[in-house]
Design a protein around this ligand. Sequence first.
Ligand code: HEM
Length: 402
Amino acid sequence: MSKQERLNYTTYLKLTDLLQCQELCSEKAGAAIHDEHLFIITHQAYELWFKQMLYEIDSVREVFNTKQMDESKTLLVLSRLNRVVLILKLLVDQFQILETMTPLDFIEFRTHLATASGFQSLQFRLIENKLGVKEDTRIKYNQQHYMKVFNDPKSIRQLEDSLESPSLLALVERWLERTPGLGERTFNFWSVFQQAVSRWLEDTIMTPAEEEVNPLQKETMMQEYQKQKDSFQSIFDESVYNGHRERGERRLSHKAFQGALFISLYRDEPRFNQPYKLITLLMDIDSLMTKWRYNHVMMVQRMIGSKVGTGGSSGYQYLRSTISDRYKVFLDLFNLSTYLVPRAYIPRLSSRLKRRLSVLSTDQLMDDIHGDENEAANGERDSESADERTLVDGVVSFSIGD
Ligand code: HEM
């Protein structure tokens, strides 16, 4: 490679191309409007970050999309999702810079935009689809499906692919269904949790209600008790749960929901630390997407009031309707809080399960146990039961008994 051909900052980043992509329509029309430059740069910066988000989301989907997710990759998944969260935080704030443009400045060049609109952002739709925004609950734009605005075969193929391949939600659901300990024979989580809830409701509402002397107060407390019981019944009774799911009020399968609740209640167990963090990051992504929509619509109202959008929608009205739970992908995870009970009521794990939820995965744990058993058989270790042994190497520590 000659000296001239060697990569440098400009050639590596293709800056000559990149920095030529800001063509002001107003300039072409004869009189450059200063703020159009900011308008273009802002949109391009958003699209670049959208590209990075898709890159991260795709890589996370790939890790999940295996028969048995490799647990050693959990940290990688966490760090990439955390990156998505940080990018989104930046994007939520980035509207502030565009807001330095006044509506009067915007109107100076808005006509040049013709029918161009953010509604035609392919990458934004890909992000929504890959996360798992539900197709049938989307708000119709101009009575049209959003796909209709895309004409080129490549974009259409990408959109179809984003709908056909499993979304992050679908993959997370599969992963939650396999939550370790859910099928544990020494600890039937679902059954002991139901007993714990009954006890909690008895102690905190029913018993005080029975002792209440004021009839009006008593009545209110009894109603509260019934309300809470019905609320829990909607998850304990699988057919009621599935009814909600069919109506689109819940998206996770009953098994996956149990897994998520199990992880949330036992988040302090070492093996659930990372899964719990993952659940938190997914909720962060949902919250930040909603905040993005909110900041965008606030800016739109400030810039164009209730004028129609350049893409032909009602503008502010349409955008405002997208800030709703129907666009939340991980709504079930937010709803988990409805079913949490105070720590004192959380059932104690069996000692066997507690051991299983120590740091290592089951496979690794079994290897260790067999390894130790072999060592013990060879007389290299004392004769304590391998199952109850405390490993002192700092990786796993199980207690003897519970
Ligand atoms: C002055 C600034 C902006 C105005 C007035 C504005 C206006 C609008 C309007 C009215 C719509 C509804 C569709 C339509 O009828 O055109 C829309 C949609 C959209 N805009 Fe903006 N926008 C602005 C800045 C941005 C920026 C910086 C982005 C960053 C990428 C963006 C991305 C989008 C996206 C993705 C949609 C589709 C949202 C959805 O359908 O849920 N917009 N915008």
